[in-house]
Design a protein around this ligand. Structure first.
Ligand SMILES: Cc1ncc(C[n+]2csc(CCOP(=O)(O)OP(=O)(O)O)c2C)c(N)n1
Length: 654
């Protein structure tokens, strides 16, 4: 909540600003001289390499004290904010990510004992909430102050909406009394701003109905196809006082304001699907978001094994069907075109014809909880309106045991072909010795994660970046639900990655939902240099909360889009940065460990050191991998910027 600055104080404020501005300008002039001697030269340290140990970075004692302070759970008499927070607690809201603002609601949620993380930008925190839901399957909230805090979240709300993530967006919003005036600051007509970016939204206007609207929020978040819900709170609502339940309208327990009952499939649709599958020679299942949110991975595996149907993944989270399973077609892109019957399960973000790599004659069975969606974008042969888990179980019960050995052999051959191609890219990457090629990063990261000393299921990945992602996705694998958070999924924003990693690491730190077995383990985040720039300040958040994320920055001195302007000297600089920037030093300055890797052979040791620090000290790292922008030019540095195939390990939209 913002307060207008009183007029009489402004002169004092300006005086203070002038003083600090003057001393800043003096310091900056000295710094600029020093920097000019070192910038632009490869491998030359910028500034002093000696850390200033006279004032080491320190997590304030207050953090420790906070963990020991008992909770003060709300009970009547309660404020509107407390009523809302109590519903959040009863509904199992798993985390809140915020920046200060919307104080009453945030404080009430934190006091209910819901893990609360505060970061450096509301957008990053909303990305964190999105990522948290994508690796846990649980609902998380994001919150910021009215006006600027809220509008800072817009890109993240849109990303969560495109990813179909159940994110609860909460913002304060001035008072009902001053609506339509410009009294004070920060009034924003919030709900129109999230039009098209949410499943449900409401500006609360009747204090006595705050509980009822909390119920609205969770009914939407916990049913059907999840998407963000946006609630904005005027001060009359969050400050309202309620002496007893009698002051609140529609005050019912969650067992009465919503149901966990799910739509089940029509047996005739299941029989029709089984008939089609019985005639198929090369059937394929596409498993996506709905398998994750309905927790249907066991049902999926049982069906795939009984009918010997290969499975390929798409979606905002991957790993629901293990890449180690012989029926996994995730890394067999060339086989997809041969599939004759494709079962799309929980594919909420539906591609149009030709975006998936299936052939033009493939027939489609689509399972989706929302009848309004079935048949959209991609023509269907059979539509099954159902909760994904229920439909997969019904198919399992109805389908006879089948064998498709020849088809599975085709998949295996396609996988081998893909892996051989990846190996050839790695060999090429190693041959470029004066910078770190993305194939080296991707292959050695995967060797470390899946073929080294740590169990291959252990590490959860925030898989981001743009050009680098076209390499890392080829080598990253999912072996259990929630293992890979598919960063730029569908909305395609570059930049959320460090923000995402806050949410992923918070989920892993507390072992939430499907992360329970991996509690406390290090997390890996991949990003580009342009991407890092957007949310890099969240390195401070990672350090502050001891979230052990290893952030790999692919530093090619450019926005990955530069190649499109190669021939245009006037527009090319739009796509370029200063060269060889020390993103590792940004990490160090914010409490993380830093590594600067300039040659291929340095990557693996840097990764190992960072992993040790993550595991032993629970500290994040930045591994700044110095590449060169020309790696995206195929003729000069084959294989150059790579393409993608969807669905499968390379996919990121749909
Ligand atoms: C927020 C946002 N701005 C702009 C774009 C358009 N865009 C797509 S990729 C890209 C460049 C990404 O560069 P970088 O993160 O450095 O990735 P690299 O290819 O270098 O790995 C841009 C500008 C986008 N997708 N999202």
């Amino acid at each position: 909540m913002g307060k207008p600055i009183a007029r009489q104080n402004e002169t004092d404020v300006n005086k203070a600003l002038d003083v600090s501005r003057r001393s800043f300008i003096a310091k900056a002039a000295i710094g600029a001289g020093a920097a000019a001697t070192v910038l632009g030269t490869r491998n030359v340290a910028i500034g002093s390499d000696t850390p200033d140990t006279s004032r080491p970075i320190k997590i304030p004692d207050e953090f420790n004290l906070a963990t020991k302070t008992p909770l003060k759970k709300a009970d009547f008499p309660m404020t509107g904010a407390e009523v809302f927070a109590r519903v959040c607690k009863e509904e199992g809201l798993a985390a809140l990510f915020c920046c200060p603002g919307n104080y009453n609601v945030q404080n009430a949620i934190a006091l209910e004992g819901i893990p609360t993380y505060s970061g450096r930008h509301e957008g990053s925190m909303c990305h964190a909430a999105d990522a948290f839901t994508r690796v846990t399957g649980e609902v998380a909230a994001a919150s910021g102050t009215e006006g600027p805090g809220f509008t800072d979240m817009i890109c993240a709300i849109a990303s969560a909406n495109a990813a179909r993530s159940p994110v609860l967006v909460l913002a304060s919003n001035m008072s009902l009394f001053t609506e339509d005036t410009e009294a004070g600051i920060q009034l924003q007509y919030q709900q129109p701003a999230t039009e098209g970016l949410k499943k449900y939204g409401k500006r609360l206007i009747t204090p006595g109905r705050v509980h009822e609207y909390a119920a609205y929020a969770f009914r939407q978040l916990r049913s059907g196809i999840p998407r963000p819900v946006h609630i904005d709170f005027p001060s009359e609502v969050y400050r309202a006082q309620f002496k007893s339940a009698a002051d609140l309208a529609y005050y019912f327990d969650k067992s009465r304001y919503r149901t966990d009952s799910r739509p089940h499939p029509d047996p005739k649709d299941i029989r029709a699907a089984v008939e089609l599958l019985k005639r198929a020679e090369r059937p394929m299942i596409v498993s996506s978001n709905g398998v994750f949110y309905s927790r249907a991975w066991e049902a999926l595996k049982a069906l795939a094994e009984k009918a010997q149907i290969p499975v390929v993944e798409s979606g905002a989270t991957k790993g629901q069907f293990s890449d180690a399973h012989p029926l996994s077609a995730n890394a067999a892109p060339s086989a997809l075109v041969s599939a004759d019957v494709v079962v799309l399960v929980g594919q909420y973000c539906m591609p149009t014809i030709g975006e998936f790599a299936f052939g033009p004659d493939a027939k489609y069975i689509r399972i989706d909880p929302s009848p309004e969606d079935i048949g959209r974008n991609l023509p269907i042969d059979i539509g099954i309106v159902s909760c994904e888990k229920a439909a997969l179980e019904a198919l399992f019960n109805e389908i006879p045991a089948m064998k498709h050995d020849a088809w599975v052999a085709e998949i295996a051959a396609a996988r081998k072909k893909f892996e051989d191609e990846c190996d050839s890219f790695y060999k090429l990457g190693l041959s470029y010795t004066d910078a770190v090629h993305p194939a080296v990063i991707a292959k050695e990261l995967s060797d470390f994660l899946y073929r080294g000393n740590i169990p291959k299921e252990q590490t959860t990945i925030a898989s981001g970046g743009y050009g680098i992602a076209r390499y890392t996705r080829r080598w990253l694998r999912g072996y259990r639900p929630g293992q890979i958070m598919n960063g730029a999924y569908q909305y395609g924003a570059i930049g959320p990655d460090v923000g995402y990693s806050v949410g992923v690491a918070a989920a892993v730190q507390n072992g939430v939902g499907v992360q329970a077995a991996y509690k406390g383990h290090p997390v890996v985040c991949i990003t580009g240099d342009a991407g890092f720039g957007y949310t890099a300040m969240e390195m401070e958040t990672l350090s502050k909360y001891r979230l052990p994320v290893i952030v790999i920055v692919y530093n090619n001195n450019a926005w990955g889009t530069w190649t499109g302007n190669r021939g245009n000297s006037k527009t090319l600089p739009i796509h370029l940065f200063q060269e060889n920037l020390r993103y590792d030093k940004i990490g160090e300055a914010l409490g993380a460990h830093g590594e600067y890797v300039t040659r291929p052979e340095e990557f693996r040791p840097a990764l190992e050191r960072s992993y040790q620090i993550a595991a032993k000290e629970s500290r994040p790292s930045v591994i700044n991998c110095q590449a060169k922008k020309e790696f995206w030019i195929r003729e000069q540095y084959p294989p150059g910027l790579l393409g993608k195939v969807e669905p499968g390990c390379m996919s990121y939209y749909h």
